[in-house]
Design a protein around this ligand. Structure first.
Ligand code: NAP
Length: 308
């Protein structure tokens, strides 16, 4: 099958012919229609995480997949050939930008019928990250005030909408050009990080969802009320600052979860949560797609359409 692969860390992405995945009993093979890109793809490719998450080569790029089930393993119970599905497979199965993807039944969900494959591919990794940060770890509830950084990004666009659905008051940071986009998604207070210091604008918040790290994470502690919660997905340890400010601090590494993805799928099928697409590329343009991601200024998700 055709796949977008790298032969080593930092190698160029090539469209190569590789063997189709070997189907396991608890998994399905998906004919991929669309994939979306995430910063982790470039991080893994660079070798920066080769100790924690080593790659085996050839490595197929991409985690997020949407497509049609074409084969099922013998233990698969609730999915059939022909079903339209979407998923964020675990790292062992990663390889979304390929004609076929191998996904555990427990890690996929039925694609909402109102979403195209390209829209569905935007959802799994970023959507589950937002869900797990705000709800699973952040315990966000109606009436809470939450600051969501980078509201215009892949994770941020989902986070704003999930937080609004819960009934929270949402502040978010964006650059000037993205103010309108996040207002459309429901943000109550929009802070232009190029012109304002967010810690001068808001205080006494219940929750901060950080996806920037560094100085932004450090300054974010100032907007929390005592007993508030900081969730960061940047892997930076801020336990000391958390103690100083009297808040709870947790880092998150998102986990694939088909049941949770189905819950998010229900919100998508009702139009409560919408996908935001930055740009769409063909499989032959995958290099350009990853170059766009590397700029770090995507508005929503970058999609690669696979197949005809
Ligand atoms: N731990 C986990 O499980 C996990 C899961 C998913 C993502 N992540 C990490 O979370 C980060 C975000 O992921 P993503 O998919 O949302 O990335 P992304 O789509 O590439 O995010 C790009 C967005 O970030 C905004 N941005 C950049 N600098 C900013 C700043 N200083 N303040 C506010 N907004 C800023 C950009 O807006 P402008 O163009 O306006 O600057 C752009 O819209 C990445 O570092 C990723 O690796 C971690």
């Amino acid at each position: 099958m055709k796949a977008a692969t790298i032969s080593d860390y930092n190698a160029a992405i090539e469209i190569t012919e590789i063997d189709k995945p070997v189907l396991k009993a608890d998994s399905v093979l998906i004919k991929v229609h669309a994939a979306s890109l995430n910063p982790i793809d470039n991080i893994l490719r660079s070798g920066a995480m080769k100790e924690a998450m080593p790659l085996s080569f050839p490595h197929v790029m991409g985690f997020d997949v949407a497509g049609e089930v074409v084969e099922i393993g013998k233990d698969v119970a609730n999915v059939k050939v022909g079903d339209a599905v979407f998923a964020r497979p675990n790292q062992e199965d990663a390889g979304a930008i390929a004609e076929l993807a191998h996904v555990k039944e427990s890690e996929l969900a039925l694609k909402p019928a109102n979403l195209s494959y390209a829209q569905a591919a935007c959802v799994p990794l970023a959507g589950l990250t937002a869900w797990q940060a705000l709800l699973t770890k952040g315990h966000l509830k109606k009436g809470d005030k939450v600051l969501i950084h980078a509201g215009s990004g892949g994770v941020g666009t989902f986070a704003i909408q999930i937080a609004k659905h819960v009934g929270a008051y949402v502040a978010t940071t964006v650059s000037t050009k993205n103010i309108e986009v996040v207002k459309t998604l429901g943000a109550d207070k929009v802070i232009d990080y190029t012109a304002q210091q967010f810690e001068d604008e808001i205080s006494d918040y219940d929750l901060v969802f950080d996806m920037i790290g560094g100085d932004t994470l450090d300054r974010s502690f100032k907007v929390l009320k005592k007993g508030g919660t900081m969730i960061s997905i940047k892997g930076q340890d801020s336990a000391g600052l958390a103690k100083k400010h009297g808040v709870r601090f947790e880092t998150l590494w998102m986990e694939p979860d088909g049941a949770m993805l189905a819950e998010l799928g229900t919100l998508l099928s009702k139009g409560i949560v919408k996908t935001v697409t930055d740009s769409t590329f063909s499989m032959d343009e995958v290099d350009a797609a990853y170059a766009q991601l590397a700029k770090g200024h995507a508005v929503g998700k970058i999609v690669v359409e696979v197949g005809e």
